[in-house]
Design a protein around this ligand. Sequence first.
Ligand SMILES: *Cc1c(COP(=O)(O)O)cnc(C)c1O
Length: 397
Amino acid sequence: MQLLDTLDAALRELDAQHLRRHRRTAESPCAPHVRVDGRNMLAFCSNDYLGLAAHPAVIAALAEGAARYGAGSGASHLISGHSRAHAQLEERLAAMLAPHLEQARALYFCTGYMANLAVLGTLAGKDAEIYSESLNHASLIDGARLSRARVQVYPHADMDALAKMLAASQAKTRLIVSDGVFSMDGDIAPLRELLALAEHHGAWLVIDDAHGFGVLGEHGHGVLEHAGLRSPHLVMIGTLGKAAGVAGAFVAAHATVIDWLVNRARPYIFSTAAAPAQAHALLASMDLIEGSEGSRRRAHLRALTQQLQAALQLRHWHYRATRTAIQPIVLGENAQALRAAAELQRHALWVPAIRPPTVPPGTARLRVTLSAAHTADDVDRLAAALNQLDSEAGHAS
Ligand SMILES: *Cc1c(COP(=O)(O)O)cnc(C)c1O
């Protein structure tokens, strides 16, 4: 049983560093007011930024999709699992992103994690170079490793460092890879500068817009719409389990890139297609995102964000206001962040403490996420509790 002893010791070590992870069990749909582990809580932790996960129209479409297409796809896309619902969703997504790409097409994946492994593992080979932003999501880091390309990490938003790396490179295939909205910080990547560098150096720009799609841009098309970008050098990944409220992800790019992924991307080829009902439900999500209800929900989300920014008066903790639904409060040490999350829980507020390796050591934080499903009263309650805990933190130190 030596292996189990080793694991036990490693888990105890995680405990000692306040890094042990535990799950909570929700007993109600994803919404601001949830029942979790037998308690009613007000939650600020999901990525359901528009409140679509429990939207009646999306739930109805999921049921309708199951009635029409069954519960499962039965096979991978290249065998027999590709359904009319998947095809319609891909056409819809391609049309949404068409203003930003050349010959836009889209490919639906089971998860964003798989989409990122697929894009980097397929577009970058052994002879390629990947320029990876230091705060990129784990799935991009893993995709870069899987590609076996040479990987260079540039410091957060440091365009001078990136320009120097590109200028020094001889590689024929080069990919600049960045989150569009940084998942644990909520800030937006310098997209215009990134695209200018990509075009100047003949590189691809791969943007993972997990937290911008649905939220940013007049029509909710994400960071590319927000920044007004268009280029044949762009590859965009959007996730569909966050603002879109269901599950899965898509890659949008030039038709040739998509064809290459269909033929070569192992995470796409060797995996069972997501349930067609999910794609059918996502068509309803896209109607909401692009329609007047989506505009109203985005406006409400922005108003809640401004309300929180105006209400928070933190003197000890470091609040980083952003233009997105992600509002981080950086405390520093793991134990501090855990203690703050536990205190909030006593107020029946559910805010996750985010620790390394998800964020760099010494920057443990509360990651507050707002949703259009929150009310102004919800945000008032959160702000009051945070202000109180912050002032108590001052007395303690
Ligand atoms: C959530 C997330 C992913 C993974 O998407 P899933 O569909 O949840 O697998 C990828 N990139 C970023 C930036 C994310 O936040």
